[in-house]
Design a protein around this ligand. Structure first.
Ligand code: ATP
Ligand code: MG
Length: 274
């Protein structure tokens, strides 16, 4: 498909998409999101509403477009079509309210950078390019490191930390931004149980503060205990809603197809036929 044809098809999909249900304004609403890196779309005409004050998991197989969806929502990758609203506002007006933790493998730290500086990078939007780092910026960064249990590592080189420690630092960078909406791409990938518990603690605290969390997540066994809502994605939106109703063996089978054995779904002790 050419980009023009794809846009046409995506817009066509939009027209039959269900209307947004009335209710409190979502932390983030996506409508008709289509992204294509080449001929085939990575995500196609995806609608989603991420509730305020909720923790939402985005799940789906490798290559389903989960990272692409987050990047498109942040305007990091261009979209063929689609609209993003954050707390009811267009993206340009709401960027300052969003914090993003990318998928870890995508960051390369050969350049010597101290941990505290990585965290302060999160403040550049507030600082502006020429803004001076002041005491309160440093305090905010140090405080964020403290919240993820990395206060003692502030002056270490980021490249010398373990993967799990780096992951905590990236979370600290997002925390320092004091955002309302946190988008995290696989925050638990490759971390040990202690780091996972520390991260989930921080995320649950954000939720009690009324903030919204959206995380790409791979471990299906923890979806029910960690998250309130779920978006199942495989290029298209397969299902979305409260974990209780949207995370079923049917929706999982539709999302993962043959890749998730029926036995695995059964182990999750979910309702519905496989
Ligand atoms: N920059 C890029 N250029 C070309 N193709 C890309 C690019 N980024 C992603 N893709 C392709 O788009 C599709 C979706 O990729 P994406 O990274 O969004 O998947 P994902 O659901 O996050 O997968 P994973 O679980 O492996 O992280 C894949 O087929 C991938 O190969
Ligand atoms: Mg990904």
């Amino acid at each position: 498909m050419t980009p023009a044809e794809l846009k046409l098809a995506a817009d066509g999909g939009r027209a039959v998409a269900p209307e947004a249900k009335p209710g409190p304004v979502a932390a983030m609403s996506l409508r008709g999101m289509t992204v294509s890196y080449g001929e085939k779309p990575a995500i196609f005409s995806v609608d989603a509403d991420f509730e305020q004050g909720a923790m939402t998991a985005i799940i789906g197989p490798n290559g389903a477009g989960k990272s692409t969806l987050l990047k498109a929502a942040l305007d990091i990758v261009p979209r063929v079509s689609g609209e993003v609203r954050v707390h009811g506002q267009p993206l340009e007006r709401a960027r300052g309210r969003m914090a993003y933790v990318p998928q870890r493998a995508s960051v390369d730290w050969d350049f010597p950078t101290r941990v505290i500086d990585v965290v302060m990078m999160g403040l550049y939007r507030e600082l502006g390019l020429l803004g001076r780092i002041r005491g309160h910026h440093r305090d905010a960064a140090q405080d964020a490191l403290d919240r993820v249990g990395m206060a003692d590592f502030a002056h270490r080189q980021i490249g010398q930390l373990s993967g799990g420690q780096q992951q905590r630092v990236f979370l600290a960078r997002a925390l320092a931004q004091a955002a309302d909406l946190y988008l995290l791409d696989e925050p638990f990938a490759g971390v040990d149980a202690a780091t996972e518990a520390a991260i989930i603690d921080v995320l649950k605290t954000l939720k009690t503060e009324g903030k919204s969390v959206v995380a790409v997540h791979h471990d299906l066994t923890t979806v029910q205990s960690y998250f309130d809502r779920v978006l199942l994605l495989n290029v298209r939106r397969i299902a979305e809603g409260p974990v209780r109703t949207a995370f079923t063996s049917d929706t999982l089978a539709a999302t993962y197809g043959g890749r998730l054995a029926a036995a695995q779904i059964e182990q999750l002790e979910l309702g519905g036929a496989v």
